[in-house]
Design a protein around this ligand. Structure first.
Ligand code: NAD
Length: 248
């Protein structure tokens, strides 16, 4: 039901965290997974190795999603070489935590360049081969804070909210080509991105999670795999929240 044999899946920012777990989960379903990274080449190669050791197919592909020309060139070359790109998981993202009065202009530019322009650039590049194939799956990694806001995360929350409008618009634009576009919005997941949060902040968050614990990257990956599979063929423009009930 969730089988992805013969499919090519590109996961951005896949050398660690949610991206890595998603790449591994897609490979476990039989997809040939392309592990995008920007700086963590060694880490990306280790993900490829881990997938191959389990009998899966994977390769590493370095490019900065904030660089539209590099993104276009890398994805066009990939589509030419493999003949297809069936799945995009736009996962690469960065967070800047600061009150809006303190945040620097260059921080706003960087967060939007990676989280928003990066997602648009990757989607635009994969839509070309997907239109030719008259099929495709795009999943954007947004965040719980894009829907509910969070004091101290104005810029990050704004960038993640942008992905909701982007996905619904692309869902409408490419539905006629059987390309579905959806969002997964994680809550508080144990990764490098959240490891720097102070004990007090973490404790406060745990109190607000009905399931009483943080999430695992694999639990986010499971929702992504579902949206990329045939089982989700009639779902587009939707958001799946993976947050332990923190926001309903
Ligand atoms: P992470 O920091 O562990 O991983 C992010 C990955 O993106 C890294 O591998 C990083 O190298 C890559 N990346 C950053 N800039 C890039 C660029 N310009 N080009 C290519 N790759 C780039 O974070 P994570 O927790 O695994 O988060 C993954 C996604 O999920 C992010 O979009 C994040 O905003 C979102 N998210 C995470 C949480 C959480 O609690 N961890 C919650 C909600 C949403």
């Amino acid at each position: 039901m969730f089988g992805l044999s013969g499919k090519v899946a590109l996961v951005t920012g896949a050398s660690r965290g949610i991206g890595r777990a998603t790449a591994e989960a897609l490979a476990a379903q039989g997809a040939h997974v392309v592990i995008n990274y920007v700086r963590g080449e060694e880490e990306a190669r280790r993900v490829v190795q881990a997938i191959e050791e389990r009998g899966g197919k994977a390769e590493a592909l370095g490019f900065d999603v904030a660089d539209m020309q590099a993104t276009d060139e890398a994805i066009a070359a990939l589509a030419k070489r493999l003949g297809r790109v069936d799945i995009l998981v736009a996962n690469a993202g960065i967070a800047v935590d600061n009150l809006v009065l303190r945040v620097k202009e260059e921080e706003i530019d960087r967060v939007f360049a990676v989280n928003v322009k990066g997602a648009i650039g990757c989607a635009r590049a994969v839509i070309k081969p997907m239109m030719r194939a008259r099929a495709g799956r795009i999943v954007f990694l947004s965040s719980i804070v894009g829907e509910m806001g969070n004091a101290g995360q104005a810029v990050y929350a704004a960038s993640k909210a942008a992905l909701l409008g982007l996905s619904k618009t692309l869902a409408r634009e490419y539905a006629s080509r059987s390309i579905t576009v959806n969002v997964v919005a994680p809550g508080f997941i144990d990764t490098d991105m959240t490891s720097s949060l102070g004990a007090e902040v973490k404790e406060g968050m745990l109190k607000a999670i009905p399931l009483g614990r943080t999430g695992k990257p694999e639990e986010v990956a499971a929702a992504v795999v579902f949206l990329c599979s045939d089982a989700a063929s009639y779902i587009t423009g939707e958001t799946i929240r993976v947050n332990g009930g923190m926001y309903m």
